[in-house]
Ligand binder design. Structure first.
Ligand code: ATP
Ligand code: MG
Length: 204
């Protein structure tokens, strides 16, 4: 059974780093598709002002439009309140049924913090985690094994991915400074940002 990749994030805005990582993992694991799920209200970013959910979803849709294996999902945006990954994965598990492997794609740094997430054990039972290893950050396997036991080695996987040193934070700053973001985001996303006038005033 081919698996489904899940790429969660604020996507404020989505950029080439997200897309490259998702495609690299999709190819390495032979995934049927990757779902890009913009978070409505990330539990880690409640204090930060982000662009509207609608704009972030629209940019995500534009960014994935030309890849038949990529799909934008509004599953978190349709829910009220804080989005917990455990709730989202439980919904996807119910949607796809018990036999389709689900692969949550994220950075090794985020996976090292997994024990602090909402319902971490239940979450790890429902899906696999792919740690896209970013420079300088390795998986903290002793910590993860101590917390999750055998589930750690069965459900947490490491994959060295090529790295684009760009972040949404840098892109927002560059727009404020009137600098180029060409090749950092897909052309369609840049066109949307310019047309809607996003990120022009100070947000952080
Ligand atoms: P911000 O700067 O606002 O924190 P970000 O660029 O880190 O944004 P997020 O939406 O927070 O983007 O990240 C979503 C997911 O993409 C996370 O799992 C994060 O680890 C990963 N990610 C972020 N930037 C990159 C990149 N350049 N290459 C690969 N993965 C990335
Ligand atoms: Mg980030």
């Amino acid at each position: 059974m081919k698996g489904i990749g899940i790429m969660g994030g604020t996507f404020d805005p989505i950029h080439m780093g997200h897309l490259l990582t998702a495609e690299y993992v999709r190819d390495a694991y032979g995934l049927e598709k990757v779902l890009f799920i913009p978070a409505a209200n990330s539990p880690f970013k409640l204090e930060k002002k982000v662009e509207s959910a609608e704009d972030r979803l629209a940019m995500t849709r534009l960014a994935v439009a030309d890849n038949p294996h990529f799909e934008a999902s509004d599953i978190e945006m349709r829910r009220e309140g804080v989005s917990y990954t455990s709730d989202t994965i439980a919904l996807l598990r119910a949607h796809f049924g018990p036999d389709v492997p689900l692969y949550f794609i994220t950075g090794a740094d985020a996976i090292n913090d997994l024990p602090a997430w909402h319902h971490p054990r239940e979450l790890l039972e429902l899906c696999h985690f792919i740690a896209a290893t970013r420079q300088g950050t390795a998986l903290d396997l002793p910590k993860l094994r101590a917390f999750f036991g055998a589930l750690c080695d069965a459900h947490i996987h490491e994959l060295a991915t090529p790295e684009l040193e760009i972040s949404s934070t840098e892109i927002r700053a560059r727009i404020r400074q009137g600098r180029s973001i060409r090749y950092m985001v897909p052309e369609s996303v840049e066109t949307y940002i310019r047309k809607e006038g996003l990120y022009r005033c100070v947000m952080e």
